[in-house]
Design a protein around this ligand. Structure first.
Ligand SMILES: [Mg+2]
Length: 388
């Protein structure tokens, strides 16, 4: 029988921007965008809540972000520093449970004994604030779906529980996009049928759902009812690690923007490989075109690897050879063909082994450091761009 557990989704708020505000107190309370290059051509990878008020979003071309928020302070990313802080956050998670799934550098599911979820969530929220000075949002429930929804409702910097009994009041009023697997296109179609909220889906006749979602319709209906039996995927069961980005608008720029996004995704994949004690042999690039056609292309090397640089170069090479015709709406990078780097991974080790391993991860990321933060104001960037 399945163990009864409480599930937490912990998600650091505007992670890269929050770390920059922590390290550079003069940035506190200001609109901060992390990413891009100083010429303003790259991608906005994270923006502080102050910048979000202007409509700036992750994965937006930097140029657009600066049009929306010209006073933004643009900071070059420092992945080594973010990796180091993520390791410290992970150490706090590890005090409460060994049972966790790393979703990305700033996001993880934790499973704890039933009944303990809310207390653990509040402790994590407090410790991350007290010990690291960072905002984190934590959603608590009995499954991954509702924990994720609870976390979205909690943001920013708070804890929220959402149990089955709360589904009609808190989950059902949300738009259909709150359900995993429902993207903008499906949402459009649902809207044209008068189905706008999660509640509409939960009450929709099965035949209608089947027409829209085919084989996936039963899953969608279960999600709409708040039911989800997906288990956590702990590191030792991992078959692949992937990161992908759906662009806020279709992208045409193959020179600067796409490579910048691929570099970002490669860094995320590399970080997760190293912190899981894994090395990969294969990189897969996923591309979706504006007509929703999706392709995947892979390359396998004879030697195992886990460095950001190798992942980036493989993925970029795959992109250059298979990019097809612009525009693109999604790009993803996946690593697979794993071998464990060492016998004990970070997540299943004893405290001492875990600490030692974490030092290695930090050291590793420091070696890969690509420069410290360079701070320039958005205005300076704009002027710079005008001169060009
Ligand atoms: Mg986050």
């Amino acid at each position: 029988m399945k163990k009864e557990l409480d599930i937490l989704l912990c998600d650091l708020d505007a992670f890269y921007a929050s770390v920059e505000q922590l390290d550079h107190p003069e940035l506190k309370g200001k609109p901060v965008i992390v990413g891009g290059d100083p010429a303003g051509r790259g991608v906005a990878s994270t923006c502080s809540y102050e910048a979000r008020k202007f409509g700036v979003r992750s994965a937006m071309p930097m140029k657009k972000a600066l049009e929306l928020c010209p006073q933004a302070i643009v900071v070059r990313g420092n992945m080594a520093r973010y990796g180091e802080v993520a390791g410290q956050v992970r150490e706090i998670f590890g005090r409460y449970t060994p049972d966790l799934e790393i979703v990305s550098i700033d996001e993880a599911y934790l499973a704890v004994k039933q009944g303990l979820g809310l207390t653990v969530a509040e402790n994590i929220h407090r410790k991350v604030r007290e010990e690291l000075g960072l905002p984190i949002s934590v959603g608590v429930s009995s499954n991954k779906l509702l924990a994720k929804v609870a976390c979205e409702l909690a943001k920013p910097d708070a804890v929220k529980a959402l149990w089955m009994k709360d589904v009609p009041e808190l989950f059902w009023p949300l738009p259909v996009r709150a359900i995993p697997g429902i993207g903008p296109k499906a949402a459009e179609k649902l809207k044209s049928l008068g189905l706008k909220t999660v509640k509409d889906l939960a009450h929709c006749p099965p035949a209608t759902l089947r027409r829209i979602f085919g084989n996936n319709s039963a899953n969608i209906h279960r999600f709409a009812c708040g039911l989800d039996d997906r288990e956590l995927e702990p590191v030792h069961d991992l078959k692949s690690i992937s990161e992908e980005t759906t662009f806020p608008e279709d992208i045409h720029d193959r020179q600067d923007y796409l490579p910048a996004v691929i570099r970002e995704l490669a860094a995320g994949v590399g970080y997760r490989l190293r912190s899981s004690g894994l090395k990969a042999r294969t990189i897969t690039l996923k591309l979706r075109y504006s007509d929703f056609k999706t392709i995947t292309r892979s390359k396998t090397l004879p030697d195992l690897f886990n460095s950001d640089k190798v992942i980036y170069e493989l993925a970029l090479d795959l992109f250059n050879k298979n990019s097809g015709r612009a525009p693109w709406r999604l790009v993803g990078v996946k690593a697979s063909g794993f071998e464990e780097e060492e016998q004990l991974s970070l997540l299943i080790a004893t405290d001492e082994e875990r600490k030692e391993k974490q030092l290695l991860v930090v050291k590793d990321s420091l070696q890969q450091k690509y420069g410290s933060a360079v701070v320039v104001s958005g205005k300076q960037l704009k002027d710079f761009n005008k001169q060009k």
